[in-house]
Design a protein around this ligand. Structure first.
Ligand SMILES: [Zn+2]
Length: 283
């Protein structure tokens, strides 16, 4: 605390006002956004009735799914028992419609013999998404994990071979196979699998408190589960593995169960050193 702030607090205390800072939120509250909160140390935080992890110095993450409703309720309980309630207006966004043709039918609707493998991989992925890692790496600035052309944006409603599918929960960076992928922020590798049915080469990077980066379709993986990587460290390379129609990185992010738009966390668009841009991602 600087001297001026200390004097202000002293003045507030002398005037009989509570000498505390209100909970601060950094980041736009909108569908797909991740917001960093800072509360008084020792505070407890709940969003929409769900208790959340908070660092010892009061830092916490809140996120808003692509399909989050128009408002959210943040309740902060201060160490002295006082309760601060904020009703947040969650700005809605408009989503693109994207049609992807010429995907192998077996990858759009997996054949029965693939179901056991898919089920096993779903369990593996669920187990690699801790929601309470006591780290706050998500609170710093993120960088683009790869350079290339943005060929798919977060949230678009996709039609594969004319059939509506799940929304696109990531940003696609089209780049030649072998283009380096780096860690967008510090994290702990939670999953490093070279051959998943849908995702191909897949890496989960845990940035703390349930904020996880998901990198798909990698041609090469240079990290192992459990490894701590720093922002900018190489983690592998762009590829076309799994359900992909061209070489690209699919970068998704989650906060707990919510799908987050990674492009809201990084500056501008990653077109420096761009590839041809002809490749379009499948997922
Ligand atoms: Zn994608």
């Amino acid at each position: 605390m600087n001297r001026f702030a200390a004097l202000l607090l002293l003045g507030a205390a002398l005037a009989g006002f509570p000498a505390r800072a209100e909970t601060m939120l950094t980041g736009a509250v909108e569908q797909g956004s991740l917001v960093v909160g800072r509360a008084e140390p020792g505070a407890k935080v709940a969003l929409d009735g769900e208790a959340l992890p908070v660092s010892p110095d009061g830092v916490f993450a809140i996120g808003f799914d692509r399909d989050h409703g128009r408002s959210a309720k943040l309740v902060v309980t201060l160490p002295d028992g006082q309760v601060e309630t904020k009703v947040l207006a969650v700005a809605p966004r408009a989503w693109q419609i994207q049609r992807i043709e010429k995907i192998a039918p077996a990858l759009v609707t997996p054949p029965p013999e693939a179901m056991a493998r898919i089920k096993r991989e779903v369990a593996m992925k669920a187990a690699a998404r801790p929601t309470d890692t006591p780290r706050e790496w998500f609170a710093g600035r993120f960088i683009w994990p790869a350079r290339g052309v943005i060929s798919g944006v977060f949230g678009s409603q996709r039609f594969y071979n004319g059939t509506p599918k799940n929304p696109h929960y990531g940003v696609d960076v089209a780049a030649p196979t072998g283009t380096p992928i780096v860690a967008p922020a510090d994290g702990i590798v939670r999953l490093a699998e070279p051959d998943m049915y849908f995702e191909g080469g897949l890496v989960f990077l845990d940035h703390g408190q349930g904020v996880i980066s998901i990198m798909m379709h990698m041609s090469r993986i240079d990290v192992k589960a459990g490894q701590h990587v720093h922002q900018g460290d190489p983690i592998g390379a762009v590829g076309q593995t799994g359900r992909a129609t061209g070489p690209h990185l699919h970068w998704a992010m989650v906060w707990r169960a919510a799908h987050i738009d990674p492009s809201l966390l990084v500056p501008g668009v990653s077109t420096a050193g761009a590839a041809s841009g002809a490749a379009v991602g499948g997922d």
